[in-house]
Design a binder for this molecule. Structure first.
Ligand code: GCW
Length: 674
């Protein structure tokens, strides 16, 4: 008897722990098996039958509707409220079903009809996953797609992984991944790192990609691949030259063209809806058309022609520096390389550019490439993985940063959005429970870039920590108690509004303690975690060194990018060109990004540069202290495991913020001390 009780208790605890370890993401619905669902037997029907708490839903296919759009109507039938979801096809119905589930509970649809369609056709995750299972800038464990095997140890004792295409696919995990993406409208995924191995295009891996495509297809997700521009030189293509590779990768070479056409045919034969290729060329050591004195347009068009007959696209990255314009201010190089090529790209080529001109810093001015390209399709690349924003150790909610970007680059200037994923094999997918919010926010903004950061954070908080059905009623209901959450804004004091405030303040706090008044790229070498303002290494490109970016000496600090310096400001459209160029109008948040100032320079606050920096570092640290206070207050409302895990990370975040403050003030202070 005792044993049975013990066993039961253990099972309950194991189940509880499992239920709240973050693996379910924002999809913590508990099965209610209540709703009657009519219409096609499809994924949407399954989800609603299992999880919808209302009485009945009709699913209706309406061919007149736009791709991916859905309409939810509320009808009265025999005195009961019935929902009707219409869409062009089953994927649209699935999106509608998730909308209904998202709104059930505290934020029901009420009697209002809803119609929704995605702003962008292309809502794509970019995984920087390597075939050996490691992830470039991945902070949540190894890849969910590629598994390597252990191949020894480094001198420091780290495991070396080598590729192993024989490793089985985790079908269940990939289905969960697909479901999570579908629930927020993501409809494409690039399965491998932009620093791509040519082996990605070998037959054995194409076969794996086919298996992924088959799992993801019912969720409306297309697969894409990053390709290595020199692939024809090492990998055979089916039906091409008896399996022999080509001696060159020159995009104008007939054999190279034929190789890519054969490769496209080989892929589309097994994945008829394959999305296309993503390319990093002539950047950070990757091969590309410049190796043969050809242009980016020559390279991109050659690939575009290969996938065109099958409806594929080429996403060509503008993140290039060092190859064609060595020595030029790094933030200028994308415009220098691409401006004159505008209009020369095929219509199935899209230029994909990071939101800022440098590299995913906590705050960058927008990338002026968006102002300089008018005839070529463009996509923005946002980074969900927080390479320079505390990785999976800091709570930093990124929606405010992305919304800031859309304030400068009209969403309508773009045809799609790519997000560098923060997903790995960690049980909670993203390392930090709050990093899940960034995956969520990316999907929601790709669907509707006009959603506010606040709306998205609130949705995410309620679904991630709020009531999730019977099992978590205890924590969940109390989480919402005291909140007036019926309207779309929260009033009253409740853990929800405290946490909402933390999320909304978190990005600015990170900017404060990592890059006050426009200081940038002073992160520790390689790792990009923590400060290294004195970083200089003569053996790496100068533009990888922190000292290149702040240029501090005993008189001055900052990078002069005005007309008296590198003239990067000239790449901006008006009014920004003037605004940024003139120190009197340049927003102080970008001061040291665009201007070089003497240490005696006073900001609007009356403080000198160093005093102002100190002010921001302090403010950032204080903010994190306050985040910890709020998290402590929320403790009774949050399940234990997730509370503890977030708490440990917040404590670390505070230490790290303090380290930024002391290291940077000490280093920069040394220039002003006599
Ligand atoms: O910021 C740099 C990263 C590299 C990355 C590169 C890129 C994939 O540090 O790790 O490589 O950007 O975006 O291509």
């Amino acid at each position: 008897m005792k044993k049975t009780v013990l066993l039961l208790m253990m099972m309950t605890f194991a189940w509880m722990a499992k239920a709240e370890d973050g693996h379910q993401l924002w999809l913590r619905y508990q099965p209610v098996n209540k709703a009657k669902v009519t219409g096609p037997e499809c994924m949407a029907a399954q989800e609603l039958k299992t999880y919808y708490q209302g009485e009945s839903v009709h699913l209706v296919i309406d061919p007149a509707m736009e791709e991916d759009a859905y309409r939810i109507k509320v009808k009265e039938e025999k005195g009961k409220k019935v929902k009707e979801i219409s869409a062009k096809n089953e994927i649209g119905l699935l999106y509608g079903a998730y909308e209904l589930l998202r709104r059930q509970g505290d934020r029901e649809t009420g009697s209002q009809d809803i119609t929704s369609k995605p702003f962008y056709k292309l809502r794509i995750l970019n995984h920087w996953d390597n075939l050996n299972g490691t992830i470039e800038r991945g902070y949540a464990g190894l890849s969910i797609f590629w598994k390597g095997k252990e191949g020894g140890k480094t001198r420091r004792g780290h495991t070396i992984f080598v590729e192993d295409p024989d490793q089985p696919i985790d079908v269940e995990l990939i289905k969960e991944y697909a479901r999570a993406n579908a629930s927020i409208g993501i409809n494409g995924t690039v399965l491998n790192n932009v620093n791509a191995s040519p082996k990605m295009l070998s037959a054995v891996y194409i076969n794996k990609v086919k298996q992924y495509a088959d799992i993801l297809r019912p969720y409306g997700i297309k697969v894409y691949l990053s390709v290595n521009f020199a692939s024809p030189m090492t990998i055979p293509a089916k039906g091409f030259n008896g399996g022999k590779p080509v001696k060159t990768a020159d995009p104008l070479n007939a054999q190279v063209k034929a190789w890519w056409k054969a490769k496209a045919k080989e892929i589309y034969a097994v994945i008829p809806d394959f999305g296309g290729f993503l390319v990093k060329a002539n950047s950070e050591g990757q091969p590309g058309p410049f190796d043969y004195k050809r242009t980016h347009a020559d390279g991109a068009n050659m690939l575009a022609d290969a996938v065109k007959p099958f409806g594929g696209i080429i996403m060509w990255r503008s993140f290039v520096y060092g190859a064609a314009h060595p020595g030029e201010d790094r933030v200028k190089q994308a415009v220098s390389e691409f401006k004159d090529l505008d209009g020369k790209f095929r219509d199935n080529v899209i230029l994909q550019s990071k939101n800022g001109p440098l590299d995913f810093q906590p705050r960058e001015p927008y990338a002026p490439i968006f102002d300089n390209i008018h005839q070529t399709k463009q996509m923005a690349e946002l980074q969900i993985t927080q390479e320079y924003l505390g990785q999976s150790r800091h709570l930093v909610y990124l929606a405010p940063m992305w919304r800031e970007f859309f304030g400068f680059v009209e969403p309508s200037r773009l045809v799609g959005i790519a997000g560098v994923a923060n997903i790995g094999l960690d049980r909670n997918w993203c390392g930090h429970h709050f990093s899940q919010a960034n995956w969520y926010a990316f999907g929601r903004l790709a669907w509707d870039p006009t959603l506010t950061s606040e709306q998205i954070a609130q949705e995410w908080l309620v679904s991630t920590f709020g009531p999730a059905g019977d099992s978590s009623r205890l924590t969940g209901d109390r989480f919402l108690s005291g909140c007036n959450a019926s309207a779309n804004n929260l009033t009253g004091t409740c853990p929800l509004s405290g946490l909402l405030s933390v999320m909304l303040r978190s990005r600015e706090a990170c900017v404060d303690y990592m890059m006050p008044i426009g200081l940038h790229h002073i992160f520790a070498f390689d790792e990009h975690y923590g400060p290294e303002p004195d970083g200089y290494n003569p053996h790496v490109p100068y533009e990888w060194c922190p000292v290149y970016y702040h240029q501090a000496n005993k008189d001055s600090i900052g990078f002069d990018r005005t007309h008296t310096g590198s003239n990067a400001t000239a790449q901006y459209r008006e009014p920004y060109c003037q605004l940024y160029d003139d120190i009197n109008t340049c927003p102080e948040r970008y001061l040291l990004w665009f201007h070089r100032v003497p240490w005696t320079y006073r900001l609007k606050s009356g403080r000198t540069v160093l005093e102002e920096m100190a002010f921001h570092y302090d403010r950032g640290v204080k903010e994190v202290e306050d985040f910890i206070r709020v998290w402590n207050e929320a403790k009774p409302f949050i399940d234990d495991q997730r509370w503890q895990e977030v708490d440990a990370r917040l404590q670390h975040q505070l230490d790290n913020a303090k380290e930024w403050r002391s290291t940077c003030l000490n280093y920069f202070g040394s220039f002003t001390r006599p």
